[in-house]
Design a protein around this ligand. Structure first.
Ligand code: PMV
Length: 361
């Protein structure tokens, strides 16, 4: 599929005056990270993520035909029951980027009602789940106008549109593992949209557990936009992009052969590399907190002591994702309760696991 395949020709909207669609879309956590992009939201390297099950955004999109046609967008945003004008600029920007692909958006007034399953300001990014849920609602309108599109095209274009809102949102349509970004050894992979990992996954990775430790629930110190920009002129950028490509080759094999030891090593190294990029950029950012480091140390010690396959990964923040096989739930949960929970802000953490992707409500 090329970019042109996603352009919807001018369609007759006269039969669709108003309607409502609701989608629930998950968050995801990257194993091989995306950090660095070029215009328009094209990743500098491929990435792969686990789609989450419990952390998700539910979005209802109400639309009605504009009484007087205009060329601009009319959107109202309601977040968890309250009008949220602060979200509008991001959404209007998103609409501007996607207008070429779904030109009908200038013909309607929209009300977007959205809520997250995870606590507000928990430091968990909601852009992936939020943008993908909105993209899916918009695709439901496209399907109504153009019923012959296939379910496959629907998903691909939803991911394509979501990508234009937030890169990682391209990976939030399907589950349990999604690759976004062209890679020679991942069949069907594309810079334009995410695809389900196309090979059989070893049983040890089924229902993989992700417990998110809320170490610091504050606002993000570095916005994604600024973060990606830091990779332009970064002294280690080219090396990093090369390494990420190699790590995709490696993790693809690991996910098929079930080598958990190799998985732990690669995933932790990816998390630390993401932070190393921020530590060495200009300006530099230290996003880990002292409790982040304490938790990392405890996880490594626990692994040595018990032969567990538990490991950590990080987003662009201080929170920790504790990843482990379903088989180890009991022992890792006890470890988290006894040793890690006390290092979380207000003892808060969220138990999650791999999920199957978005669903229409
Ligand atoms: O989707 P964005 O632009 O918010 O970028 C997300 C980047 C990371 O979360 C840090 C890594 C990733 O691959 O998800």
């Amino acid at each position: 599929m090329t970019e042109k395949d996603f352009i919807l020709k001018k369609t007759n909207t006269s039969k669709l005056n108003k309607g409502t669609f609701t989608w629930q879309s998950p968050s995801n956590i990257a194993l091989v990270k995306y950090w660095g992009k070029s215009d328009p939201q094209i990743p500098k390297n491929p990435s792969i993520s686990i789609t989450l099950n419990n952390c998700h955004t539910s979005t209802t999109l109400e639309f009605s035909k504009k009484e007087i046609p205009t060329n601009d967008f009319n959107v109202q945003v309601i977040f968890e029951g309250n009008i949220k004008d602060a979200f509008k600029p991001k959404i209007l920007n998103f609409f501007k980027r996607i207008e070429k692909y779904i030109p009908f958006i200038t013909e309607y007034d929209f009300v977007i009602k959205t809520e997250n399953s995870f606590p507000h300001s928990s430091g968990i990014a909601s852009s992936a789940s939020g943008m993908s849920a909105l993209a899916l609602c918009l695709m439901s309108i496209e399907k109504e106008l153009n019923p012959e599109i296939t379910p496959e095209y629907f998903k691909q274009k939803a991911s394509f549109l979501a990508r234009l809102g937030s890169g990682s949102a391209a990976r939030s349509i399907e589950g349990e593992l999604v690759v976004w970004g062209k890679h020679d050894q991942i069949k069907g992979s594309s810079d334009l949209y995410g695809i389900k990992f196309p090979y059989e996954i070893h049983s040890c990775f089924k229902n993989y557990q992700d417990t998110i430790l809320l170490v610091d629930k504050g606002e993000k110190q570095v916005s994604s936009t600024l973060g990606h920009e830091l990779m332009h002129n970064h002294p280690f950028a080219e090396q990093r992009f090369k390494q990420a490509n190699e790590n995709i080759t490696k993790i693809s094999k690991i996910l098929q052969n079930g080598n958990l030891k190799a998985f732990v090593k690669l995933v932790e190294s990816e998390a630390l590399t993401l932070h190393a990029m921020m530590l060495t950029s200009d300006p530099y950012f230290i996003l880990m907190k002292s409790n982040t480091l304490k938790i990392i140390e405890k996880i490594c010690n626990f692994r040595k002591k018990t032969e567990s396959n538990v490991c950590f990964t990080l987003d662009a923040g201080a929170n920790i994702h504790v990843l482990f096989p379903e088989k180890e739930i009991e022992k890792v949960n006890t470890f988290i309760l006894n040793e890690l929970m006390g290092l979380c802000q207000n003892n808060q953490y969220i138990c999650d696991k791999g999920g199957i992707g978005a669903r229409q409500l």
